[in-house]
Design a binder for this molecule. Structure first.
Ligand SMILES: Nc1nc2c(ncn2[C@@H]2O[C@H](COP(=O)(O)OP(=O)(O)OP(=O)(O)O)[C@@H](O)[C@H]2O)c(=O)[nH]1
Length: 355
């Protein structure tokens, strides 16, 4: 089982910390480790998240990297921090990496191919958080002066990429785009449509207020669901037959008034199919289905004809990852996939396309 890592990018003030805080508050027992790229005096994110007082989120789980821009110091800072997390007696279930607003996601993504990381971590996805009103206004960040100060304060920043290029890069790297601060917008619709045109095919653009998104949208399914019984339980638990059945889902509704709203806006269902014959071809077909049907996430396990190992598949927008993770053992042969999207998925068509 590889540990999935989610990279959260977006400019200063877009709402990355707010989104991660919400995520940690709704972690439902999952151990999430956080790597935060800090900036000298300006950086307070680590502090905010460390002082969060959230259960299952100890200070140890927040690692601050403050020696400059994370993408410029990958080898010295980021890789060792990841290795240290992996070397722990109880490694995290999921790793979330909050980059500084100025970081270019590409060098960070390349680090996952390093020998020490490649076999043990997988990039779950790159989530780019945008300040909806600012992007709509063409300024990219609500406080561009603050972004410039951050840039000036960062001695370790090797690149002097203009803001517009950084923005383009963060959008181009995104597997999922979150248009945040929709509470400050009259109608996020036109921006969402525009961004879908700017992003790679298959990238879903998700509107949010205060970064409130269901954890399964941001991180996918519980990684602890190793054996099939717990996996099945997990799936049925989230299987929404009716839009109103989320009231018995055991969440703390007082926690966050946006929570219900978040769940109503998304849906998930399970598709069971036969054995996979060719993993690469299967992954290729999944990306087509994801693109054609605006699927946010697709995740599951499959057996492959003639192979004793279980195939794990996970996709966020256009990023489809597949690898053999453990012997199938007594698992039934076939594939079981969870499909997650914004409400309104064409379940029949998706099921037909996957089977
Ligand atoms: N109105 C509104 N304010 C928001 C929303 N999300 C975040 N904020 C506010 O925007 C400010 C910046 O949010 P952060 O979460 O710190 O943004 P960030 O991207 O982590 O910023 P840095 O970590 O400083 O780069 C804070 O004052 C938040 O309370 C939102 O959806 N709506």
């Amino acid at each position: 089982m590889k540990i999935p890592a989610t990279i959260v990018t977006g400019f200063l003030g877009a709402g990355k910390t707010t989104l991660i805080r919400h995520l940690l508050q709704n972690a439902e027992g999952r151990r999430i480790a956080l790597i935060v790229n800090e900036f000298g005096d300006l950086g307070v994110d680590g502090g905010i998240l460390k002082g969060c007082g959230i259960e299952n989120c100890s200070d140890d789980d927040v690692v601050e990297l403050s020696n400059g821009c994370i993408c410029c110091t990958v080898a010295d800072d980021f890789v060792p921090a990841m290795e240290a997390l992996l070397a722990r007696e109880t490694p995290p279930d999921h790793i979330v990496i909050e980059t500084s607003g100025l970081a270019l996601p590409q060098p960070l993504l390349r680090a996952f191919a390093w020998p020490g990381l490649k076999t043990r971590v997988t990039v779950d996805g790159v989530v780019t958080v945008l300040d909806g009103p600012a992007v709509e206004a063409g300024t990219f960040a609500a406080d561009t002066a603050a972004v410039d100060r951050q840039r000036a304060a960062d001695d370790g920043l090797d690149h002097e990429t203009p803001l517009s290029e950084l923005y383009a890069d963060q959008v181009a790297c995104a597997d999922m785009i979150v248009v945040n601060k929709t509470d400050l917008m009259a109608d996020a619709g036109p921006l969402v449509t525009r961004l879908r045109g700017e992003a790679r095919a298959g990238v879903q653009v998700v509107p949010a207020a205060h970064g409130a998104l269901p954890i399964e949208v941001l991180l996918g399914r519980a990684q602890g669901a190793e054996d099939d019984i717990s996996a099945r339980h997990e799936l049925h638990h989230h299987h929404h037959h009716h839009d109103d059945d989320h009231h018995d889902d055991g969440h703390d509704h007082d926690h966050d008034h946006d929570h219900d709203h978040g769940h109503d806006a998304f849906e998930s269902f399970v598709v069971e199919t036969g054995e996979v014959s060719d993993p690469a071809a299967f992954a290729g077909r999944l990306s087509e289905v994801i693109r054609d049907h605006d699927i946010l996430r697709l995740k599951g396990f499959a057996s492959v004809a003639g192979k004793p190992m279980r195939l794990t598949v996970q996709a966020v927008g256009p990023r489809v990852d597949h690898y053999f993770d453990r012997p199938l053992g007594a698992d039934p042969r076939g594939a079981r996939l969870v499909v997650i999207g914004q409400a309104g998925l064409d379940r029949a068509a998706i099921t037909a396309a996957l089977t």
